[in-house]
Design a protein around this ligand. Sequence first.
Ligand code: FCB
Length: 456
Amino acid sequence: MALRKMDNPVINLKTSESSREKREKMPFSLYKKQKKTEKRKAIFREVPKKEKILEFPDGFLWGTSTSAYQIEGNIRNDWSIWEKSYKRINNLQKNGKNIKDFTAGQACDSYNRYSEDFDLALALNNNIVRFGIEWSRIEPKIGTWSVKEIQHYHNVFKAAKERGLKTVVTLWHWTNPIWLSRINGWTNPETVKHFLNYTNLIIKEYGSYIDYWITLNEPMIHTFNGYVIGKFPPGDKNIIKGYKVLNNLAQAHNQAYKLIHKHFPKARVGFTKLRNYFEPANRWNPVEQIISRTMNFFSNELFINKTKKYLDFVGIDYYFHDRIVWYPPFIKNKNIEVTDTGWEIYPEGIYHVLKSLQKLKKPIIIMENGIADQEDKYREVFIKEHLYYIHKAIQEGVPVKGYLYWSLLDNFEWSLGWEPKFGLFSVDRETFKRRPRPSAFKYADICKNNKVSVVI
Ligand code: FCB
């Protein structure tokens, strides 16, 4: 299926078309220069000078990422309970927010539209798709497997394979079955055992369909948001519990790794890690150096250190960097260009992240990189700039094997609800109709040609 421009109302809009045309005709360097003058501030980046085509290695993986809770719809788990909790509702109402905008509900209805979603991935010329399995569907009660839901995911896998797509499958993307949260979730060491039972079922049912296994998505974020700052369920603020959770998650990964390899010795098993780039605002300031290193240790290194013997590849999610200053609150970004979520656009950070992982000597796949950009003003350049830095890292010997954009669709963005629009495709909240944003066509070209044109 090819992307049909006529389907895209955004493309037909005069204003968006004209600014787009302006940008396309303008060499990358000029565009950036103009942006700089407009803002009257220098952007701390390498400045492109002349056009160059950057080719990616043969067999490079090009894809898009999603997760079960964010797109499937009608799931009952600890998140859906949390969304309805008095504390959360009260908080949203106090801030004048509409509860509906912060409830996953029917999400993107991908539970029923997975075939259509895979067609969209094909239209983007993706050769790989990342999606999740929802544990609470498969095991709605402790030790009870749902025949209906097991069959459902068989259908999902078949639909992906019929289309010739490689699969990256996430077994756990932050959400827990309700029965598991009732026995204290990941603070309870028994949870490791439950996770292994669930993994065992996945191995038996779907093992042969899975090209890349992601046992856990961003374990540090679950731990920090759920147990240190209380922003995610279960809403705790207790570092000791957080520490237990982290150790149990590490155990779960390491043991699941062994289990998967017992059945599929050639399996490629990893997890995804949000990799943040911390840099001192002033390289010569020893206090800023120490703070950056400490943050880097806790945020980036700790979990990898506990699991690195059990990794076939490193799955990286990169969104932003943090510029560290010596005074509270210790993070002060320049924020010259920010996304709709207020995250500073900082593509060169991905280069530093990749270089810092070179020592692991493992294949690396960018499992998430994306931008909340409802108007699609920055997305195309955002993707290209990140690819420029990824390519640079590859040239210097970093074994990056693939890039998956987050996300195929606009979806339910956790505590931020429906406001951020990360999708290459927008989704109508009433009809669930998917429409390509202009940048989708650009990404489709990149994936098709295995190259990106930038001006350097
Ligand atoms: C990542 C999450 C993903 C999505 C993106 C924006 O940290 O793994 O589910 O929320 O951020």
